[in-house]
Write a protein that binds this ligand. Structure first.
Ligand code: NAD
Length: 356
């Protein structure tokens, strides 16, 4: 199968591309390298079945030709990250809405399957926990910039489901909840890579707010498994799925764990949201998914717990570790999980080190 992965040089996209290649597919990644990085996919270029096209998902002729050559699309390209969204609301909304519109319009011509990446942010300030896919969504007002990201992703969801209902384009909408793992960039306000980098550098860990807010962190390999399973299940078409992990951790607890696990003597420092993101910012106190829908349909069960995730992310960011592609049992386990067939001898994983 030939698969188009938009955002394929990004964090989740590069892991997905790797799993598709290991499964035997041909992968075309489309990425403008705005938040994605060539280092994320450097190891994939050894595969003749992998190619990268550098360009924008809003470039209609380009998307048309790539969709024509593909059997299906994972649409992950988006303007991502709280800091980016707060600083560049127009760019965020235009990229997310026009990009998805372009992909869906092109996929519609040949009715190709599109998996559209959405986000737990669409639940907004809802206080009905855990979040179910059919729940009401409670977004804040447009004067609070952060909601522009959620609103743009929600419009993507409406558009995708509209293409299914009105034009019979097979679509699957997935809402990710704090996906984490190696290769996630620290640059746009993502909490785990930021804390790990601060702890390893002996700098204070900067907690926004009082740290009592909780998040549920999901291992990127579990997310990749879920994406492959949903795409292979015809009954998932025309539906929305949470992809997350039901376990909740407060940001304060997370900071403590990272300090302890890195052996750092960093302090934990609390800063107000307003100091970091401006006077108009607001945050949610909890964000926890109900994963019963995806569990029932494809047997999804998160496999990797927070402590193991942190070990792997710390390992990824630890500078004295040797660079390069590593083959070992743990990485084979990742491949086995995403593929269901790799063995320790055959799995080639690529949790290659970043250049610090
Ligand atoms: P990421 O920033 O690593 O990936 C996004 C990729 O899209 C990047 O490689 C970026 O360069 C690319 N991109 C951005 N604009 C583009 C454009 N106009 N044309 C082509 N490529 C473009 O972030 P990620 O965490 O891997 O996110 C992947 C998807 O998952 C996004 O749609 C995001 O909204 C969604 N998501 C992620 C999380 C998470 O926790 N990581 C949570 C919720 C939703």
């Amino acid at each position: 199968m030939r698969v188009l992965v938009t955002g394929g040089a990004g964090f989740i996209g590069s892991h997905l591309a790797e799993a598709l290649l290991l499964r035997g597919d041909e992968v075309v990644a489309l990425d403008d390298l705005s938040t994605g990085r060539l280092e994320n996919i450097a190891h994939l270029t050894a595969w003749p079945r992998f190619s990268l096209t550098v360009g924008s998902v809003t470039n209609e002729p380009l998307v048309a030709s790539l969709v024509d050559q593909a059997d299906m699309v994972f649409h992950l390209a988006a303007a991502v990250g709280v800091r980016l969204v707060v600083n560049a609301p127009v760019h965020t909304i235009e990229t997310n809405v026009h990009g998805t519109e372009t992909v869906l319009r092109q996929a519609a011509r040949a009715k190709k399957l599109v998996v559209v990446a959405s986000t737990s942010e669409v639940y907004g300030k809802s206080a009905v926990f855990p979040f179910r896919e059919d729940a009401d969504l409670v977004l804040g007002p447009p004067t609070k910039t952060r909601w522009g990201y959620a609103a743009s992703k929600l419009l993507d969801e409406f558009l995708a489901l509209g293409y299914w209902q009105e034009r019979q384009v097979p679509v699957i909408v997935v809402r990710f909840f704090n996906t984490v793992g190696p290769r996630q960039s620290e640059r746009y306000g993502m909490v785990i890579p930021n804390f790990v980098r601060q702890a390893l550098a002996g700098k204070p860990l900067t907690v926004h707010g009082n740290g009592a807010q909780t998040r549920s962190f999901t291992w990127v390999g579990d997310v990749v498994w879920a994406l492959l399973a949903l795409a292979a299940e015809p009954r998932s078409v025309g539906q929305v799925f949470n992809i997350g992990n039901g376990a909740e951790t407060s940001i304060r607890e997370l900071a403590d764990m990272i300090v302890a696990m890195t052996g750092s003597d960093s302090d934990i420092r609390f800063t107000s949201y307003h100091e970091v993101f401006g006077p108009n910012f607001e945050d949610m106190s909890r964000r926890v998914p109900d994963i019963s829908k995806i569990r029932q349909l494809v047997g999804y069960e998160p496999q990797v717990h927070l402590e193991q995730i942190l070990e792997r992310v710390i390992d990824y960011w630890t500078p004295e570790m040797p660079a390069g592609i590593t083959i070992n049992a743990e990485h084979a386990e990742f491949a086995e999980k995403t593929l269901g067939k790799a063995s320790a001898g055959s799995a080639v994983s690529a949790f290659e080190r970043p250049s610090l």
